[in-house]
Design a protein around this ligand. Structure first.
Ligand SMILES: *Cc1c(COP(=O)(O)O)cnc(C)c1O
Length: 366
């Protein structure tokens, strides 16, 4: 049976890339050593790293005055690292609360000493189905933090809110390389790898260098200035995840880059959103104008029916369709590597399920 993996992360990778990893795993570039065994001070590694970095710069059209870091610790470590490095002048940070990941970022920023953390807008009143677009700032901030794609709630900012020239920091963990972000609109962007790039263990930070304080002296692994100086090679970098990410970047270039990915993601999600909009059983939970291009949460409105759907979907090869524990219901995550046929298979299955359920319902009501 054909299996489609709808996991939100770690998520499916391009099958061609996984096959390439398998083929090269024992001997990397005829070195008779596995990529998992090579030194991070070797020419082999240096070439691999520089190629990956240059490819990412090209794919995201990162301007010259921005530096790219390949780090560890996941997006979650950036919840602390960003405040330490960027909240140094006014020491005020503004957050927009758009759901779980923004709240986690807020909680960690509050633990960084001497910072003032303000939640300047929230989607709470809509249960995070809507994104706040009108944001008023009453004081100067070092930056405003936005979770650009909300992986659990299934919302995304297509257009950034007006923020009066304030520096914007964006968490793009779940739609990096799947949507054409305009890097120049941000002071800093960060993303972990395991959603739309490759295996977990690598985190990307893209930062406008002029925002950094050259005189700062933070613990090494949390100091962007020191990390930039050593080109992300201050301690042992995650060689294998960087290698896998590099292959994904090459795959993306062959596919036509981020523009092409965005078009495909629009087409994939449109198919599912269209089904949801016309369904009498299923309901998409995110507000239509704020809908994500990568994560689509939906429900029948009934816990038992959701459970029945998830069980049957699993049996039919539609894997990991269960929603996040906090959200319940279902969620289909369809990142770059996820094929259009997989969405088609899900939509067909949903239609068949809906028909069957409506027949059962009609019979029991007689
Ligand atoms: C998954 C995710 C995170 C957390 O990433 P980790 O790498 O597990 O720390 C943070 N923000 C967003 C938007 C996410 O989707």
């Amino acid at each position: 049976m054909k299996v489609y993996n709808f996991s939100a992360g770690p998520a499916m990778m391009p099958p061609e890339v996984v096959a390439q990893i398998q083929a090269e795993l024992v001997s990397y570039r005829d070195s008779e050593m596995s990529v998992m065994e090579i030194s991070h001070r070797s020419v082999l590694y240096e070439e691999m790293f520089q190629t990956a970095k240059a490819d990412l710069r090209e794919l995201l059209a990162v301007p010259k005055d921005y530096k790219i870091l390949f780090l560890q610790g996941g997006a979650s470590t950036q919840f602390t690292t960003v405040p330490l490095n960027l909240a140094r002048k006014t020491k005020n940070i503004a957050f927009v609360d758009t759901g779980h990941w923004s709240q986690t970022a807020i909680a960690d920023a509050r633990l960084v000493p001497e910072r003032r953390v303000d939640v300047v807008a929230s989607g709470k009143s809509s249960a995070y189905t809507h994104l706040p677009h009108e944001i008023a700032l009453d004081r100067p901030y070092d930056y405003v933090h936005l979770t650009i794609n909300n992986t659990i709630e299934g919302t995304m900012y297509r257009k950034l809110p007006e923020l009066q020239g304030q520096t914007i920091v964006g968490d793009i963990s779940s739609n990096i390389l799947g949507y054409q972000h305009n890097v120049q609109k941000y002071g800093l962007l960060y993303a972990s790898a395991q959603k739309n790039i490759g295996p977990a263990g690598m985190t990307l930070v893209i930062v406008k260098e002029s925002l950094l304080d050259k005189e700062q002296d933070l613990p090494s692994m949390l100091d962007y200035v020191k990390l930039i100086k050593r080109d992300s090679n201050l301690n042992t970098p995650p060689v294998f995840p960087i290698y896998a990410a590099g292959l994904v970047f090459q795959w993306l270039k062959k596919q036509g880059g981020v523009k092409q990915m965005q078009q495909q993601n629009e087409a994939k999600t449109a198919l599912l959103y269209d089904m949801l909009d016309n369904s009498k059983l299923f309901l998409g939970t995110a507000h239509a104008p704020d809908r994500s291009l990568t994560n689509v949460p939906f429900t029948t409105g009934s816990k038992e029916l959701d459970e029945k759907f998830i069980t049957q979907a699993e049996k039919n090869g539609l894997k990991n369709i269960r929603g996040h524990v906090l959200a319940g219901g279902m969620r289909a995550s369809m990142y770059n590597a996820f094929p259009f046929e997989g969405v088609k298979a899900l939509v067909d299955f949903m239609k068949a399920f809906e028909q069957k359920e409506r027949r059962i319902y009609a019979t029991t009501m007689k």
